[in-house]
Design a protein around this ligand. Structure first.
Ligand code: SAM
Length: 312
């Protein structure tokens, strides 16, 4: 991605770098907390799918205040650069081992809040991506049911789809209040939203499990969106617009009067706050440098040509 791609011109992306947040998602959690006060009086918090760590940074900033003995556990499949005070577990949220480790870190106590900004690797095949995201939410709920205290809070990223109402209805069985939050920093054009579940109160006799899902997200018929307690947009409406991005060529835009001096000066390229520690694409980049892909593609083209000739 070049310095001028859409993402890098994005207002919140740039604000995140200027304010030393590892990802623009930090603003989403802050805006939700500003609206709902979900981090008030929290002493134990779990951040699922935490890397590169901007949500954990927010937890650290808002919970590690003077006199507090708050504990934060951050979990991700990927390694994550350290954040002072945050306990990091490199692990899978679908594993019961991970749930047990969390409780160990809290000396047998359960968490006040579990947050999850998880996302599977996107394939570009919409239905598959939607399915994978739904599976991740199920996994997030399963681990939450192991580690969350009664009356606790669960916040998870979702992508609104035709089955969303069913998810809200299922969550309503376990939490007294269920909201859908759309922070101002989440692009309006994206179907991303956050399901905020307050006051965990599982039904009598409910036994948490990791081996099968406690939620059933297969049949949305007959379920309507009014099962949620509210759809809330969070964040100062006079603040930054998430759809706004810096123009492609800032110098030309300045000359043409499209941006003012202040905007032009703001567009100073800054390095990312925390580059990925061990990204999956590292090996692919090395292979690309060595020309492995062009060789494979040349071989494939040759084979295809030969195949076509044989077919003629
Ligand atoms: N909240 C993070 C932040 O603010 O920096 C960004 C999270 S990123 C969008 C999604 C993360 O989900 C990735 O780091 C990915 O490794 C993680 N993830 C996906 N599936 C997971 C799983 N089964 N267990 C743990 N982490 C997972």
């Amino acid at each position: 991605m070049g310095k001028t791609s859409r993402d890098k011109r994005d207002i919140y992306y740039r604000l995140a770098k200027e304010n030393k947040w590892r990802a623009r998602s930090a603003f989403k959690l802050m805006q939700i907390d500003d609206e709902f006060g979900i981090l008030k009086d929290v002493t134990r918090a779990v951040d699922l799918c935490a890397a590169p760590g901007s949500w954990s940074q927010v937890l650290a900033k808002r919970l590690f205040v003077e006199g507090s003995d708050a504990k934060v556990v951050a979990i991700d499949l990927q390694p994550m650069a350290p954040i002072p005070g945050v306990i990091q577990l490199q692990g899978d949220i679908t594993s019961v081992d991970t749930a047990n480790q969390v409780i160990e870190h809290f000396s047998g106590e359960k968490s006040d809040i579990v947050i999850c900004d998880g996302a599977p690797d996107v394939t570009g095949i919409h239905s598959l991506d939607e399915f994978m995201q739904a599976e991740l939410i199920l996994a997030a709920f399963n681990i939450t049911s192991h580690v969350l205290k009664t009356k606790g809070t669960f916040l998870a990223k979702i992508f609104r789809s035709r089955n969303s109402s069913l998810l809200y209805a299922q969550m309503k069985k376990y939490f007294k209040k269920v909201y859908l939050a759309k922070p101002r920093s989440s692009r309006q054009s994206s179907c991303e939203a956050f399901i905020l579940c307050l006051d965990y109160s599982p039904p009598e006799g409910f036994v948490p499990t990791m081996s099968k899902s406690s939620l059933e997200l297969t049949d949305a018929s007959g379920v309507t969106a009014d099962v949620i307690d509210g759809f809330v947009t969070c964040g100062d409406l006079s603040g930054w617009d998430s759809e706004k991005s810096y123009p492609l060529d800032i110098d030309v835009s300045f000359q043409k009067g499209i941006v003012d001096e202040d905007q032009k000066n703001r567009y100073e390229f800054k390095d990312v706050v925390q580059p990925p520690t061990d990204p999956a694409y590292k090996e692919a980049l090395e292979m690309k440098k060595k020309g492995v892909f062009s060789k494979v593609s040349a071989d494939l083209t040759k084979e295809l040509k030969a195949e076509r000739k044989r077919g003629r």
